[in-house]
Design a protein around this ligand. Sequence first.
Ligand code: 4AD
Ligand code: MG
Length: 452
Amino acid sequence: MERTYIADIKNNLGKPVLVQGFVENLRDSKYMAFIVLKDISGKIQITVEKEKLPELCPVIASLTQDSVISVVGTAVENDFVKMGGVEIIPESITAESIADALPIVRKEIPATKKRPGVERSSIDQRIDYRWIDLRTDENQLMFKVQTAMVNAMREFLIDRNFIEIHTPKLIGAASESGAEVFEVKYFDRLAYLAQSPQFYKQMAMASGFERIFEVGPVFRAEKSYTQRHAAEFWMSEPEIAFADLNDDMELAEAMIKYVISYVMENCKSELEFLNKFVDKGLLERLNSVVSSDFARVTYTDAVKELEKYNDEFDYKVYWGCDLQTEHERCLTERIFKRPVFVTDYPKEIKAFYMRLNDDGKTVAAVDLLVMGIGEIIGGSQREERLDVLTERIEELGLDPKDYWWYLDLRRYGGVKHSGFGLGFERLVMYLTGISNIRDVLPFPRTTGSADF
Ligand code: 4AD
Ligand code: MG
């Protein structure tokens, strides 16, 4: 018999169906047994009148939470059943796998008059048993949202004639000077895990590809124990030729709005669930982002604005400082009350490949900051001038020989270009209201974690 997904049962009322999944809940009393069965598409109640079906009693007695069963039965309407007003009256129940008592508590169980509450397991314990943790509604629908997001990004870029490329993750030199790099042994020499596809995206610009993107993994040995930092994560990275920082910001704003609108249209029920159980302001915030114009401010002006709040900050703002989370939050939540592009940062706090502005002090860099998260995009116009770039590399005490081909990209015909990297997990957090990056990575690698 072919399997029916639970979501399709309403189209098969009155007919025999086979459903398969996990036992989410089981109530076994003297005369009746109720099993809540869950598959990836939904949940359904299996209702057993024990006197009518005594042969099912032994298998029901053996079931535990998260056991996996196959049920053949008939779906009927019953207004008393909460789950969509439909239940299955089974003919047979087969236990495919009986689960031991679960090693983690996925959700807090509130206290009742009869028994004390049970605390949710810590995130470390849940990550140890991630496959069990991932069975919850919240986790599964978050990955559905994420799937829609990737689709939306690709669709947006491909519609605009972008070419998708895959660049190597084993590379010869670090690109993001600020971020720590993982070293690996590569045959008889040392190599690094890519912190970004940066250099290869730029090579594709020199190849005349004009508009390219990559969605791929990046690695950073960051010792940041925050809820927003992972050691391995994904970036969506477009790069565009003959483009300056304004073109870059326009692309970023249009892409973010497109992805949000797409997800709001295609994941309505998932977002409603998240809005109800995870983040009560989610839908309102997403709606306002789609209809707002993102603010734009230079780093220098942002610092001037932020200095007014210095009394309230743990870390005082001054020109030249790297903006901290509290500053980023102040900009998005109090000063601008919408997403903000901060541009033209001091060169000392940005990567060497960013284009030096005429003031000689700042570079054509941009970060997009959003409420609740902070930076979700980092981008820039790239330095296309060979002499200026060589000087920057030397100024930083780096050896131009290590960057020979990167420098040579400018020697045989080059175009000015810009691009950005969108932190994929941070956008998932933004779109779901989930506040810890470890919860939005299926199998997270973060500082000090990873039992793999
Ligand atoms: O700002 P970043 O470091 O920019 C780059 O890597 C550039 N090569 C991008 C470009 O211009 N093509 O990183 C880009 C984004 C950040 O804005 C942030 O959203 C995310 O990647 N990100 C992280 N996400 C999770 N964990 C970390 N440790 C992250 N570091 C950066
Ligand atoms: Mg950055």
